[in-house]
Design a binder for this molecule. Structure first.
Ligand code: GAP
Length: 509
């Protein structure tokens, strides 16, 4: 992937269409009309996702001496979620429309008073988007025209529904019906999915699908310390599914109800310089995102304002990504103090401390937590890598090509092996031999169907970095070389088998 920003014309529609067309992502249960907030990863999507996970695991766990891995269960003792604060506080503010039965997240539903000559004449509403303010202004102007109001309209002041006063709520129109009177006041909605464990269905059997993987690391902290030969500072990392009953899942796989997280809890001494450690992890996460091909131009930082942090949090910085629908959170890096371990120590009665040889004192370690969603990274690499270009075919005619400029580290197919002609046994035999050798180590694809230019285009569209063509020079000239065609430059050069393996070794790690 180059450092140039994706052209502004890239739309989510184009990304979603390609994802479906080439078997990256499908709507879950599509034959039954789909299921909102759930997605399936097709053959190429499953490979891409696995590569993202593997790169993270290799870099975060295997290639570091201070981080170990964990795989904890998805359904944990319900007391875990009481102690962590999720039962009481893992909520989003919800507003219902009593007429349409639509539900909205209150902080994503905006309204504004229509003020004419200093007097409030009514209200308008709009859902959160890049254009919310403009939509509210346009709606206010329309309101004034429709009601034939004379006088000067004040510029609108957009607020979200969590800021609505009780007497305003009945006057704000529902986005579903356009009429006031049907919206309820915001109420807290717990986002954890509940289930029952065992044969009973009463309150004693209630359990939850985990809404984050992080609690596994806290609950197993002592087990890892007692068995893992770890010394502070050290981290415990986990990759796994999490579930949140999001009120409004949206933007394709960006916000879904079942998703995958890659989280790491980095435990540090209570007296350690947490701010320095926090900054080091933010920099590590940024560098890692670039190493899998995300351009620096699409990344930025958002520092949570101190007054909006949870009481136990010392600081949170989000790495933001410029998606086609706006700049949004990709990766949160939080300094959580010793809140979680202390909560579990109190609730379980089991101390969660470490002994400090230097001071001969026990203490509860503090933690820095980088937490990211695999699906959000996958969407980011799709959006940043997607391009539509005009190129010349072999005969010089201009044609359109769609290309996914994936980094070789994460590309679902690393190399396509293409015998120039399928009815030339000498070419096919060499191609099949090379294919068999390569596929022992790499995800490769053998394709002998169609004109070579069309085969290149098919690979461009799924992000394959290199095509290797076995052609007449391979059999006629000394040294058994192949044509190596690069996806991004479309340039071609000759390469031997040993050079091809060296190229892969260098770029696929
Ligand atoms: N343990 C901390 C934690 O879970 P979070 O900010 O709620 O923090 C971490 O989630 C990351 O998980 C987010 O930055 C995002 O990448 C991903 N994530 C959260 N909710 C998601 C959802 N509904 N769909 C997809 N990814 C989500």
């Amino acid at each position: 992937m180059s450092d140039t920003p994706a052209p502004a014309a890239i739309t989510m529609d184009a990304i979603v269409a390609l994802a479906k067309r080439r078997g990256f992502i499908f709507q879950s249960s599509e034959i039954y009309g789909g299921f909102n907030g759930f997605f399936d990863y097709g053959p190429l999507g499953a490979e891409l996702k696995k590569n993202i996970r593997d790169c993270w695991w290799d870099d975060m766990v295997r290639r570091r001496d201070d981080v170990v891995g964990l795989e904890s269960s998805i359904i944990m003792h319900p007391k875990v979620w009481e102690a962590s604060g999720h039962v009481a506080g893992f909520t989003d503010p919800l507003v219902d429309c009593k007429v349409s039965k639509q539900r909205y997240r209150a902080d994503q539903l905006f309204f504004a008073a229509v003020v004419v000559d200093g007097k409030t004449a009514g209200y308008v509403s709009a859902l959160e988007s890049e254009k919310t303010a403009a939509e509210l202004q346009a709606a206010a102007e329309l309101f004034k025209r429709k009601k034939a109001l004379q006088g000067t309209l004040s510029p609108i002041v957009a607020k979200d529904m969590t800021e609505a006063q009780p007497d305003e709520i009945a006057l704000i129109p529902s986005p579903a019906t356009g009429e006031p009177g049907s919206l309820t006041p915001p109420r807290s909605f717990n986002m954890m999915f509940q289930t029952n464990v065992g044969a009973m269905t009463d309150a004693s059997a209630v359990a939850y699908l985990r809404p984050e993987t992080a609690q596994g690391m806290f609950v197993d902290f002592k087990n890892v310390v007692d068995t893992g030969r770890v010394k502070l500072p050290f981290g415990i990392a986990q990759i796994g599914k999490s579930f949140r009953n999001e009120i409004t899942p949206r933007n394709f796989i960006f916000r879904s109800r079942e998703f995958e997280q890659m989280e790491m809890e980095y435990f540090i001494h209570e007296d350690a310089d947490w701010a320095k450690c926090h900054e080091e992890w933010i920099a590590w996460c940024e560098a890692w995102l670039k190493s899998i091909g995300l351009p620096a131009s699409h990344l930025s930082r958002y520092t949570h304002p101190k007054e909006k942090l949870a009481f136990y949090s010392r600081g949170t910085v989000d790495i933001m990504f410029s998606y086609p629908f706006g700049v949004q959170e990709l990766w949160g890096i939080a300094a959580r103090g010793n809140y979680d371990l202390t909560q579990h120590a109190t609730a379980s009665g089991k101390p969660q401390e470490i002994f400090d040889e230097a001071t001969k004192k026990k203490f509860v370690p503090h933690v820095i937590e980088p937490a990211v969603g695999v699906d959000r990274i996958l969407l980011a690499v799709l959006c940043a890598g997607y391009a539509e270009e005009e190129v010349k075919d072999e005969k010089g005619a201009v044609e359109k090509r769609t290309v996914l400029r994936f980094s070789p580290r994460i590309a679902p197919v690393k190399v396509a092996i293409l015998p120039l002609l399928k009815n030339k046994p000498e070419l096919v035999a060499i191609a099949q031999k090379l294919h068999a050798k390569l596929k022992r180590k790499y995800a490769v694809f053998y394709d002998e169907a169609g004109a070579i230019g069309r085969r290149y285009r098919r690979q461009d569209e799924i992000g394959t970095p290199w095509c290797v063509t076995i052609d007449f020079d391979t059999i006629e000239k000394p040294g058994e070389t192949f044509t190596l065609r690069e996806r991004d430059s479309m340039s071609q050069r000759r390469i031997t088998e040993a050079e091809l393996f060296a190229l892969l070794e260098e770029h696929v790690y």
